[in-house]
Design a protein around this ligand. Structure first.
Ligand SMILES: NC(=O)c1ccc[n+]([C@@H]2O[C@H](COP(=O)([O-])OP(=O)(O)OC[C@H]3O[C@@H](n4cnc5c(N)ncnc54)[C@H](OP(=O)(O)O)[C@@H]3O)[C@@H](O)[C@H]2O)c1
Length: 304
């Protein structure tokens, strides 16, 4: 078997299953999926908890998520993580949606119990835990700027921040209409939270930053080495906290490097991956996830 199962291999599960000892009972799906570090994070956790199961990658094409979920249930799987581009499709493919996942608008965790498909979202709560662990402060005490409030990640973080009543929420997006629609939705869901939506230019960012404590990059800018700067380097100050949802296996993003130079506190997408993974594990097995085993697994995976 390669680094992942193709969809055809997965559909022929009786044959594929022979290659996994201990048996495969958990998986991550996406397209592409070979890059995912989730197995290196979850397999040490399974070992630590003494659970005779392993976590694998399955490549699932768009439009086939419901079919994949049925196959997972029929093949004795306990749970699945869902990554790009399937988090919205997954919302429609489950039997029951957790209320938070419904509000965040996406499912990234499937738990299979007695054949029922239960959909959760661990990205939002994982964001809250990452902020608390890294900055020692809760999102409820912060004024938050989200850059990239047009995609699924920006939406989850925006709604989650508003649900905990962050002090202020400012949304910016390249396609302004998407941020405006999100701002209207967040306001109707969480009328107690002050939400602003501002056109995204270097000048407007410079104007709002003095009133912002936490800057979140929810765009995909920074994933590749040659990507342009998200913000003018001089925009960042030592008092800022900078959360880059992007993670790179080959080093730090330009945003986080600029933030460190400015003396700002930073957190990267790997920390978010860890905490959302821990919350998924807790949905599957209950109790607290073995966080340090997962953290070490991720550290080794990135080093490799
Ligand atoms: N660490 C983790 O565990 C974790 C979890 C979730 C997501 N993420 C990361 O978060 C990022 C976004 O994910 P997503 O699922 O929300 O993706 P998405 O749905 O494709 O959304 C991408 C967002 O980025 C904006 N964008 C893309 N290219 C841009 C550019 N050149 N200039 C300005 N804005 C640009 C888009 O703006 P428009 O609306 O104008 O297109 C949109 O708001 C990805 O890098 C993903 O890997 C990480």
């Amino acid at each position: 078997m390669g680094e992942f199962l193709t969809f055809d291999e997965f559909l022929n599960w009786d044959e594929a299953a022979k290659h996994f000892t201990p048996p495969a009972r958990l998986a991550v799906i996406g397209d592409p999926i070979a890059h995912s570090r989730s197995p290196q994070m979850h397999n040490p956790a399974l070992l630590e908890r003494g659970i005779e199961a392993q976590y694998i990658r399955v490549q699932v094409p768009q439009g086939r998520v419901a079919e994949a979920f049925k196959q997972f249930a029929a093949s004795g799987f306990l749970g699945v993580n869902i990554t790009i581009p399937h988090k919205f499709e997954a919302l429609k493919a489950v039997d029951k949606i957790d209320p938070l996942a419904r509000r965040l608008g996406a499912v990234n965790t499937l738990a299979i119990r007695e054949g029922r498909l239960l959909g959760y979202n661990s990205d939002g709560p994982g964001f809250l835990r990452s902020v608390k662990e890294s900055f020692g402060v809760g999102v409820e005490d912060l004024r938050v700027l989200i850059l990239g409030a047009g995609g699924g990640a920006g939406r989850a973080v925006a709604v989650q921040s508003a649900l905990v009543s962050c002090r202020e929420l400012v949304l910016m997006n390249r396609t302004a209409a998407k941020a405006e629609a999100l701002a209207a939705e967040v306001t109707s869901l969480c009328p107690q939270t002050a939400v602003k939506c501002t056109l995204w230019t270097d000048d407007t960012v410079m104007d709002v930053l003095p009133e912002i404590d936490l800057i979140v990059n929810a765009t995909s800018i920074g994933m590749k080495g040659g990507d342009s700067r998200l913000l003018p380097a001089q925009a960042l100050q030592a008092r800022h906290r900078v959360f880059d949802m992007v993670y790179r296996a080959d080093g730090e993003t330009l945003l986080l490097a600029d933030a460190r130079k400015a003396g700002a506190k930073v957190v990267d997408g790997l920390t978010l991956l860890l905490h959302q993974g821990a919350i998924s594990f807790e949905h599957w097995f209950g109790g607290s996830a073995p966080l340090e085993a997962m953290r070490e697994g991720l550290r080794l995976a990135v080093q490799a």
